[in-house]
Design a protein around this ligand. Sequence first.
Ligand SMILES: Cc1cc2nc3c(=O)[nH]c(=O)nc-3n(C[C@H](O)[C@H](O)[C@H](O)COP(=O)(O)OP(=O)(O)OC[C@H]3O[C@@H](n4cnc5c(N)ncnc54)[C@H](O)[C@@H]3O)c2cc1C
Length: 588
Amino acid sequence: MSSRSLATPPAMSPRRTIEKRSRAPLGHLMLSHALKDAGFEGEIRIDEKTLERYATDESIFHIVPQIVLLPRSVKDVQIAVRVVKQESAEFPSLSLTARAAGTGLGGGSLSDSIVIDIKEHLNEIIKIDKKAGHVSVTAYAGTMWRDIEKALKEYDRYLPPYPASKHICTIGGAVANNAAGPDSLRYGHVADWVESLEVVLDDGEVYDVRPLSYKEFRTLQKSKNALARVAKEVLTLVEKNEAAVHKARPKTKKNSAGYALWDVVAPSVAEWKKGKGSFDLTRLFSGGQGTIGVITKVTMRTEPIAKEVSLVAVPVFDLAAASKVVLEALRYDPINIEVFDALTYDSAMKNPQFFKDRLPSLDYYRVLLSMYTTFHVRWGRRLPEFVLLVTLDDKYLAEKRFKKEEIINLMRGKGGRGARLIVNPYEKQIYWQIRDASYSLSKLLDPNKRPAAFLEDMTVPPEHMARFFADIKALLKKYNVTAAVHGHGGNGHFHFYPLLDFKSQATPALIVKMAEEFFDTAVKYGGNICGEHNDGIIRTPHLGKMFSKATIGLFETVEHIFDPADIFNPGKKVHPRFDVKESIRHTN
Ligand SMILES: Cc1cc2nc3c(=O)[nH]c(=O)nc-3n(C[C@H](O)[C@H](O)[C@H](O)COP(=O)(O)OP(=O)(O)OC[C@H]3O[C@@H](n4cnc5c(N)ncnc54)[C@H](O)[C@@H]3O)c2cc1C
């Protein structure tokens, strides 16, 4: 490391940024040969159909890669990294973007250079380890979350930070995004459950990354490898900037923006050197969006499945009451507090076919009956602004001698007048069916528009959620845009999906304008623009709203320590290089 201030950005000259932008197709053609010569045994695809498939994910962007690689082994990933690093010296536009299931909402897996698909072949559970009540699971990064969940069920265990997309996403994508989900209210993000990771660093070697004691760190330093180097440089960075690093930690409970430098050394560098806590680089790979290396294997802790739980549904007709009800519910350490809005429920009622496709026939009729009874009888044909779903842990309530009926009465007193314990299994199903399908239901609101993911990750402290929500409603009105909303109410975390026509030429400019104003509103309430979906293309240019210039300088230094040639997924998290307006898709 040079003598320049560690908090300042690394040597990323403007010239180099421009070089990175201009593509050099020749480099990509030669790369195919170079890969094969180096022993790459996976697939190398350049046909238009494949490139088009990888040009989109669940985000609003469309960026066509030049090559798609489908490695068959970890060795193939290593070869790809080595070859890209070597060739990038001559062709600086070359880069390598890892992709898993492509369900990311911010464009994190899109690239105009090389995409390496980790899901196609690297998708097996390696082992489930059971030791003295501790169960962990190790899988290749491309393994589907649902497959791991199914395997763990046999042990009565699960991965608590499961995202709502657990049926369609991979474990590696979830780690790289530092995803979170309903139960994160109690159990935190994916990063909190990572035990260790196998990663390929920029030298093309495979490393085992796990929390280290000071003694283990010193042992690592005896080897002269890339992991020892990056570990040393990250430690120096944190040590020199420790107060600033901790000050930069976002105030909201949920966050996947930036690099979580504040979690790397715990409890502090001084205490760690005295033998307490750990130095943990998994905290940077988790949420790193593939910008500092490629994750090949993931080991995660698990938790017993809570069996004794109660669901309380709280329709909230008066927006001002929403914060009060949530704050009341939070006093009982619920497993989750989920939320969906009136538009979502309305869409569910108007699209019964949606549920017919998902439920066995008898269940379908019972669930539908319950849905209409709730609207017509229980709610008196008025749609609530929100429905809050509160999952209480019965064992915890018994331990603390809390009475469910009293809790429900207290929630009613805070404005959730219709709060009810849901015991009927079909009524339970409607609520969870609607919540789980909220995003898909919003796609049915207008067939000529697409629910646009760019305001979908704002989170505010729950005490401000009613005022924040009122401001957002006013802004939507100002822009004359409809947006269904759902999310994780206990964390004040809302997924707004404005319905926009991507065929309209006016849409890109509208998105850019709306993002500015809506993100400012979240920040105004002490909130965060990136609760769990990560920075990607959409939020990276806005990180200055959440972090100081000096903090962004620290993030840039982190990226540079791991990836001095900038080969890993450039333009995400730091140094935004995609023009948001130009990269927006033109189809709905
Ligand atoms: C309907 C729907 C619901 C969703 N609900 C949630 C939710 O509740 N919570 C939540 O957090 N997210 C949610 N998401 C967003 C997304 O599904 C998750 O973030 C998911 O974990 C991404 O996994 P993936 O396998 O699709 O990864 P991808 O989208 O393929 O990749 C995500 C990022 O990780 C990087 N990456 C992928 N694999 C690797 C690797 N092996 N090494 C290094 N980097 C890698 C990519 O470059 C990209 O930047 C939702 C999305 C949809 C469409």
